[in-house]
Design a protein around this ligand. Structure first.
Ligand SMILES: *Cc1c(COP(=O)(O)O)cnc(C)c1O
Length: 456
């Protein structure tokens, strides 16, 4: 069994031709979004559809609600995917050695840092720009946390000739000037959020002039811009069903690559912010489990400072601060929750993908929350062993993968671990500088920590 190789490549003719939609395979049908008029009456599906049509192209909305298991990837999107896909799948041999793992405990990772943005985000930015362009949209307004989504959207906008306006969470805008420069170089326009350009931003600043922002606030600002201009649409980099759908290219490739390695994972691990890279690698394995070909546990990893799946409530909540978005049934810490300024900016979202939430709620996926400093220690160990400097977000998956390996070793069990390395950390060196200087702290939501700017 197994293969001696370290890297498991597919040639570009083996890119999957359809995305996998998990919705029809869930135990229960996904709960529909809800929205309310200002007087409190609930809107019907048509009225919600109308609202969403001012934000998204029709093709994207169809995917959002689709009950089809497989959705064809347009040929023009596959052509762009081919510029960086299939992404590599590697066995972490040096890390395994470093950890002193026995032969039966193996660690594999799928590496999404090879995309032009350095993360998995272009997997959805590219089709979103494609569908918007096809419907004659000239501008996309969006938000970004750590800057990864804004970069991905700016690149996709440049590829398709669409203007991109990005509201960047204030704390990251200050921490990550290079991401902003990257977005601007690709032609994007970047605003620090909360800004005084929108009603939602002005409202937040009036309450708290020093607000460091949150994804929820930035989403409100971007939606407001899109709603007010018919030529402008909105795009979201995570959470929604169509985003999870596009990301399944990760897991579909991984399944083929693990077959080249003659291995089946016992556990599939990914970090969770809004849930899209976890969905990307885990949903295709969920399908494989339903087919009876896999028994893999699906493990979602989140920061203790923003532990949506492990400490949030499963209920309807808004996707944003100001109530521009419909309510979705998901795990949430409350739409007005502002998490501590941890360096994994992409994991600071109050809610989570409804599809990922449902898998956790139905007991089909597990979730665990980990500390920031332990994540950085794992990231540094990984970098020194494997050579890749991980994004702070991805370090959550690395830590959980290492913990899985140690657990198997302690129990004398064999275990094949597959994790998604969602991106590289080349734009996160300020965070590594803080870690190297011993300045990083842990923020535990359970201990009542919320806004702790002294971490920055
Ligand atoms: C955005 C981002 C995340 C978190 O978003 P998900 O939608 O949960 O995947 C994780 N890792 C990287 C590198 C990111 O850019």
């Amino acid at each position: 069994m197994g293969s001696d190789k370290t890297r498991f490549g597919l040639d570009e003719t083996r890119i999957p031709e359809a995305w996998y939609n998990v919705a029809p395979d869930l135990k229960n049908p996904p709960a529909p979004p809800k929205a309310f008029a200002p007087d409190g009456t609930e809107l019907g599906p048509d009225q919600i559809g109308e609202r969403l049509a001012s934000l998204f192209p029709m093709e994207i909305l169809k995917q959002e609600m689709s009950a089809e298991r497989w959705i064809d990837i347009p040929g023009a999107v596959i052509d762009v995917y081919k510029t960086y896909r299939p992404s590599p799948l590697l066995r972490a041999r040096q890390l395994e050695k470093d950890l002193g793992l026995p032969e039966g405990v193996k660690i594999f990772y799928k590496y999404e840092g090879v995309s032009p943005a350095g993360s998995h985000k272009p997997n959805t930015a590219i089709p979103q720009a494609y569908y918007n362009k096809a419907e004659g949209i000239t501008k996309i307004a969006t938000e970004t946390g750590a800057g990864q989504w804004g970069s991905a959207m700016s690149i996709a906008g440049a590829l398709y000739g669409i203007d991109v306006e990005v509201f960047m969470v204030g704390v990251s805008y200050d921490q990550k000037p290079y991401r902003r420069i990257l977005m601007e170089t690709y032609g994007g326009t970047v605003h620090k959020s909360p800004s005084n350009l929108t009603e939602s931003g002005r409202h937040v600043l009036a309450m708290d002039p020093d607000s460091t922002g949150s994804l929820g606030i930035a989403i409100s600002e971007a939606c407001e811009v899109a709603i007010k201009d018919p030529g402008t649409h909105y795009a979201l980099g995570s959470v929604l069903n169509h985003v999870c759908l596009h990301q399944t290219i990760i897991g579909l490739e991984a399944i083929e690559q693990m077959a080249l390695a003659n291995e089946e994972p016992d556990v599939v691990v990914a970090c969770v912010g809004g849930g899209s890279n976890f969905a990307g690698i885990a949903f295709p394995y969920y399908h494989r489990k339903l087919e009876g070909k896999s028994k893999a546990r699906l493990l979602a990893v989140e920061p203790k400072a923003c532990p949506t799946l492990t400490a949030g409530e499963y209920r309807y909540d808004l996707g944003d601060e100001a109530g521009m978005t419909p309510q979705m049934l998901m795990y949430t810490l409350g739409h007005d929750f502002v998490p501590a300024g941890i360096h994994a900016g992409g994991l600071r979202y109050h809610g989570d993908s409804p599809l990922v939430s449902q898998l956790v709620h139905e007991g089909e996926a597990e979730a665990v929350a980990v500390d920031q400093t332990a994540c950085f220690a794992a990231a540094v160990q990984f970098a020194r062993a494997e050579g890749i400097l991980p994004a702070p977000e991805s370090s959550h998956a690395i830590l959980a993968a290492i913990n899985e390996a140690k657990d198997a070793q302690a129990k004398g069990e064999d275990r094949t671990i597959l994790f998604n390395l969602s991106g590289h950390g080349h734009f996160d060196l300020a965070a590594y500088a803080a870690y190297n200087a011993g300045e990083l702290k842990d923020f535990d939501f359970a201990a009542g920590a919320t806004l702790c700017d002294d971490a920055l």
